[in-house]
Design a protein around this ligand. Structure first.
Ligand code: C2E
Ligand code: CA
Ligand code: CA
Ligand code: CA
Length: 275
């Protein structure tokens, strides 16, 4: 039995070693990825439910790894947050997103996801301001998406940063709303312009009374606070009808378009404008 125990232990140690090594390898590759231009932005359109027009596109980062192929953000964003690489990566995303948005119509905004780690960095406001100057994008065409998760740990500094960002003219939206803790109190404490209802509530809102009730509650909360509400992840026409009935003002959905390359989004926006 003793022998077995050691064997098992040794097995786990090797297993762990292998996993640590794989992680370290990925970490090193991540470090080089910006320099090697392996990142790419995709964009997903958001539709205003009243005008039925595309009013915004969300920038979503992709990593084209030379061997692994496309790595999903859920896999490398957490790693880049742990290693501090989210700073340079976040700035790269912001710059690329603004560069693209200036090529679109003046009435279309761009939204960029901001990591909780970036919200702990006092230089964020300066970075955003510099990038707006550099690219010539008007501040009111930029929206920053922050998650409730990021508001839990760092309150005072974050409140200050968000106020400064809004002073620049940038809008703030609360992403994945409903998935964090004590969401309602954050709505009071933090300045923001939009609520994005997490897709876990939207999916099935046409068939589940509970989901529908929650979406409706969040939409009316948004309406009484005077902020917009976006339903994320609408996949079917029935779901679209149900979030419209609930009073959501915008939808972001696979039904309309999956995230697509910057060239494709430019074409899509151009076609929509001229048709
Ligand atoms: P998120 O901000 O909630 O982004 C929306 C995600 O939902 C995207 O996945 C998008 O492809 C997906 N989605 C959109 N419509 C639908 C739908 O109708 N059905 C379903 N099932 N999914 C839909 P993606 O691109 O894989 O991004 C995943 C997450 O990675 C994002 O979630 C965001 O938290 C993070 N992320 C992506 N890009 C960035 C970035 O540049 N910076 C930071 N900090 N995080 C990012
Ligand atoms: Ca988002
Ligand atoms: Ca400026
Ligand atoms: Ca989201």
């Amino acid at each position: 039995a003793k022998q077995d125990g050691r064997g098992v232990l040794r097995y786990f140690e090797t297993e762990m070693d292998a996993r640590m090594q794989a992680r370290r390898k990925l970490e090193n590759e991540l470090r080089l990825a910006i320099k090697n231009q392996e990142f790419e932005l995709h964009f997903q359109p958001v539709l205003d439910l009243t005008s039925e027009k595309i009013v915004l596109c969300e920038a979503l980062v992709r990593w084209n790894h030379p061997q692994l192929g496309r790595v999903a953000p859920d896999q490398f964003i957490p790693l880049s947050e742990k290693t501090g690489l989210i700073g340079p990566l976040g700035a790269w995303v912001l710059r690329r997103a603004c560069q693209e948005a200036v090529t679109w119509g003046d009435d279309i905004c761009v939204s960029v996801n901001v990591s909780p780690i970036q919200l702990r960095d006092r230089t964020l406001v300066q970075t955003v301001d510099n990038i707006l100057d550099e690219t010539g994008l008007k501040a009111n065409r930029l929206e920053l998406e922050i998650t409730e998760r990021s508001l839990m740990s760092n309150t005072d500094l974050t409140v200050g940063l968000l106020h400064q960002l809004r002073k620049l003219g940038v809008r703030i939206s609360m992403d994945d709303f409903g998935t964090g803790y004590s969401s309602i109190s954050y709505l009071r404490k933090f300045p923001f312009d939009k609520i994005k209802i997490d897709r876990s509530f939207v999916t099935g809102s046409d068939t589940s009374d509970d989901s529908a009730a929650l979406v409706k509650m969040i939409a009316s909360l948004g309406a009484s606070l005077g902020v917009k509400t976006t339903a994320e992840g609408v996949e079917t026409c029935a779901e679209m009808k149900s979030v419209r009935d609930a009073g959501c003002t915008e939808i972001q959905r696979y039904l309309l378009s999956r995230p697509i390359s910057s060239d494709s989004i430019r074409e899509l926006l151009h076609d929509r404008q001229t048709n």
